[in-house]
Design a binder for this molecule. Structure first.
Ligand code: PLP
Length: 408
């Protein structure tokens, strides 16, 4: 009988000691020079700067739309997009429960109530059928989330909602992604991307609102610029707005990062395919979630792994990811489900005392069966990726099948 390995978490030898590629990435000479140029120019804010305008133009163009408004981060970007879309206090905004908390808290910041639609079991993206069941006369927007870089089917969503309901893509994880060859960011009425440290292009913090609609662009720009009118007076504030602006330092960095996006995403895609093949060969009962057919370009923010607990000794995603981290693999158990979040629920009730709670049985069934790997892992060399499946195989050997694997 083969001896079971001792896991690093239980005092055994750590499988991998070498770190995965660092993120944020090592800056290029060009990025370094661009940053210093802003410093020396004395124009650090976006009012008189050219970098913010330049970056917004290039970013919008890359994502298939005419307009972009840079903002301090995507949380505030989602908030501003909701305001620009006409979402008002007490409205309902439909979102998935399996997303970063900011999707929900941006809705709350706009004074609206997040209503949770369930997800699809295979893609883990918000389900259009479930959205259709959540629409009420109070619904003013839907915010699909392109989780991990897989693109929510905005076409199918559009088909099940009333024409006046706006779609705001939470595209924070979908830089360079596409649905049926149309870029994420061009699918809804507005879309918001993030440049926070973990995202596939980053300036430490930052975000952008994009749209192809001139009026929505004006509105979003105004909300992010203290209610000003473009071309209007400095103290002219025709609408209520806030200062949500990005600095020129960040825009200068982002111009450089945007140029690297397609190449680095192509590298992540090759790594994902390689890793999927390794799982197929080496780890029964675990696999990389395949891209949905309609996602013709994937944002590659996460590699989502679905596992069968029974072949890992009945382990939970929390302990599996803890074991993987101890072996030197930076895995995560992923998001807690937001429809169960007490703080969000209390805030929603303070806005609308009769707000209904939603059941999301599919999310509850499949989310505990997933483990994530962050995007920087996918920038590693092919030879390094084998450590990931070796770590899964080691854990499997250590914990064994719960259903009769010949062990006593
Ligand atoms: C990162 C992220 C956000 C928030 O972005 P910030 O720039 O950190 O505010 C919102 N939604 C999703 C899905 C994200 O991944």
């Amino acid at each position: 009988m083969k001896k079971r390995p001792t896991l690093a978490l239980h005092g055994g030898e750590r499988l991998r000691t070498k770190p995965f590629p660092q993120w944020p990435p090592v800056p290029t000479e060009g990025e370094r020079a661009a940053l210093l140029e802003v410093l020396d120019s004395g124009v650090w804010g976006s009012r008189d700067g050219t970098r913010g305008v330049e970056f917004a133009r290039r970013f919008a163009e890359r994502h298939g739309v005419r307009f972009g408004v840079t903002v301090a981060n995507a949380t505030l970007g989602l908030f501003a997009a909701l305001r620009a879309a006409g979402v008002r206090r007490g409205d309902e905004v439909i979102i998935p429960p399996y997303t970063f908390v900011a999707t929900a808290t941006a809705v709350l910041l706009a004074g609206a109530v997040p209503v949770f639609a369930d997800i699809d079991s295979d893609s883990m993206l918000i389900s259009p059928e479930s959205i259709a069941r959540r629409v009420t006369p109070k619904t003013s927007a839907v915010m699909p989330v392109h989780l991990g870089g897989a693109v929510a089917d905005v076409d199918a969503i559009r088909a099940v909602i009333p024409p006046h309901v706006k779609i705001i893509e939470d595209a924070a994880q979908a830089l360079g992604a596409a649905l049926r060859d149309r870029p994420a960011g061009s699918l809804g009425d507005l879309a918001v991307f993030s440049f926070q440290s973990s995202k596939n292009i980053t300036a430490g913090e930052g975000g952008i609102i994009v749209t192809d609609d001139e009026e929505l662009h004006e509105a979003a720009w105004s909300v992010a610029n203290v209610g000003r009118r473009r071309g209007g007076g400095w103290y002219e504030h025709p609408r209520v707005g806030w200062n949500l602006r990005l600095t020129e330092f960040q825009s200068a960095l982002l111009i450089g990062q945007l140029e690297r996006l397609d190449e680095s995403n192509a590298r992540r895609t090759r790594a994902t395919h390689h890793l999927a093949a390794l799982f197929g060969e080496k780890v029964p009962g675990a696999r990389i979630l395949p891209d949905p057919d309609s996602t013709t370009s994937h944002g590659r923010y996460l590699a989502v792994i679905r596992f069968e607990p029974a072949v890992f000794g009945g382990v939970t995603t929390q302990s599996l990811s803890e074991m993987l981290r101890a072996e030197g693999i930076p895995a995560s158990a992923g998001y807690p489900l937001l429809h169960r979040d007490r703080a969000i629920r209390d805030e929603a009730l303070s806005i609308s005392p009769d707000a209904a709670a939603q059941d999301c049985p599919v999310a509850e069934a499949v989310c505990p069966l997933t483990v994530w790997l962050p995007q920087n892992v996918l920038l590693a060399d092919e030879s390094d990726l084998a450590d990931i499946t070796d770590a899964f195989a080691k854990i499997q050997a250590a914990l064994g099948h719960t259903e009769g694997d010949g062990q006593p």
